[in-house]
Design a protein. Structure first.
Length: 191
């Protein structure tokens, strides 16, 4: 079966999926911000709510996305559509951002949508919407920069990737890939 016969839309998460291998930037920012207030936290604590909507601060807002979009465009990546945190009454893991994107693009049924995400909350969002969900093991679930991952001995690297894969499968992912570069061939094998 051809992918175009099965799916009409692919929705990509940004941090840890399309940019920022290992989703390191938000972790570093949270550690620094809490530390400046005298509240030291570690990376595990900083990652605990990664991907979820937050009451005191949100994920990527449209304002935050402007420089990210410009940088991505300079490298040849220009998404067709963008829905940002704060543009729906609830964020992830609710499916409202997916619903908004699909409504604005005229895409239905949602079973023809692929949601690609590196966080368990993003997988939950896709499942709640009725989309086919693809977890990206090299992102937040792995929690290492590319350099840190490559510096590990092969057995540790394999173990860490396997644990990330299991976390995403445990969250309900229909498929887990190592990176977005694997999406098309893995989807073709899966359908």
């Amino acid at each position: 079966m051809n992918l175009k016969d099965r799916f009409d839309l692919v929705i990509f998460d940004w941090a840890g999926t399309m940019v920022d291998f290992g989703s390191e930037a938000p972790v570093k920012a949270l550690i620094e911000a809490f530390g400046a207030e005298g509240v030291p936290i570690d990376a595990v604590t900083a990652r605990r709510d990664m991907g979820k909507a937050k009451d005191s601060s949100t994920g990527y807002t449209r304002e935050m996305m402007e420089p990210v979009l410009a940088r991505a465009a300079s490298q040849g990546y220009v998404p067709e559509h963008l829905v940002c945190s704060g543009e729906t009454p609830a964020g992830r893991p609710s499916p409202l951002m997916i619903y908004k994107a699909c409504a604005e693009l005229g895409i239905w049924p949602l079973s023809r949508v692929v949601k690609v995400d590196d966080a368990e909350a993003g997988i939950a969002e896709g499942k709640a919407a009725g989309a086919f969900t693809v977890g990206v093991a090299s992102g937040n679930a792995l929690g290492l920069s590319l350099d840190a991952l490559q510096a590990l001995p092969p057995s540790q690297r394999d173990s860490r990737v396997a644990a990330a894969r299991q976390a995403l499968l445990g969250a309900g992912a229909d498929l887990v890939i190592d990176s977005v570069a694997d999406l098309v061939p893995e989807l073709e094998r899966a359908i």
